[in-house]
Ligand binder design. Sequence first.
Ligand code: CUA
Length: 332
Amino acid sequence: MSQPTSSRSNLAEALSGWPPPVLDPHGPFSNTVTSLTWVLIALVTLIFALVCAALWVALYGSDTLRARLGGEGVVKWFGLVVPAGVLFLLLAWGLTLAAGLTTIQGDELRMRVSGNIYWWRVSYLDAAGKELHADANELHIPVGRPVVIDMVSEDVIHSFWVPKLGGKMDMIPGRTNRLKLQADRAGVYGGQCAEFCGGAHSLMGFVVVAHEPEDWQRWNAARLARQQPQPAPAAAPVDDEVLRGSRLFGEAGCAACHRIAGTSAQGLSGPDLTHIGSRQSLGAGILPNHRGTLIGWIGDSQSIKPNNRMPAYRSLQAAELHALAAYMESLK
Ligand code: CUA
């Protein structure tokens, strides 16, 4: 996967443009939602036109027409029966569609995503629901295969939404909700927290990377292999700066919050950094991931994303920030 070269994050790229993502489905589950959206837009337009026509008759129509418009029949039918009928049919259809978005067939890829202030914990699960490997703020899925995601929250209510790939689902503390996603084409899809969860809510994004099935199998095998104990620092080839960075990672206390699989860093309150070097974005979807943004984020993430849980490390020298960033880049 090539690194982004644009100054904008992948999230910004993926969520902008025309048509808006919500009207540009790239999979069966988002298709369902888009169909419902178009039917609602058409129906609302029709009803608006009818109301405008009735208003015109009431203001400028002949006496006969106005008398008919004010008659009991019109009020009974268009004030009661038709609206109730339309709403009932829409509700029944909407519930049928929504059931299809959460029904489990059994052959789906299983994942769990949990909402945190203001980032996403991502776990890949086996059929029994056991975690195989973990990541943060980025989901990798195979094209053409449905993915069932268990949605949980570790603090407040968040809402998981990838408009091009599926519906929207709330993440509620103490509860597990489920949502299905599927991508019909390889690519990078933007996602966003869709429920106000605090000050940096609008900066709580993520990306979904859809791979061709064979590519995804290779990717998954590499991730599984990476779970084994690693010589420190985790990835080869090792240069001096990376080595210095891995030492600083321990000295600065980073491991208290962050986990790097196969090393002694096992903190769980912040995003998993095992694969941070291969991630497309930083800060939960808001920055492209490269040396400069890594240095900026580690040195003073508070000025980039106020009130996120990571303190600013203003005491670190430029050379130390470079070494830490080099170590992060080496973690593929
Ligand atoms: Cu999390 Cu809004």
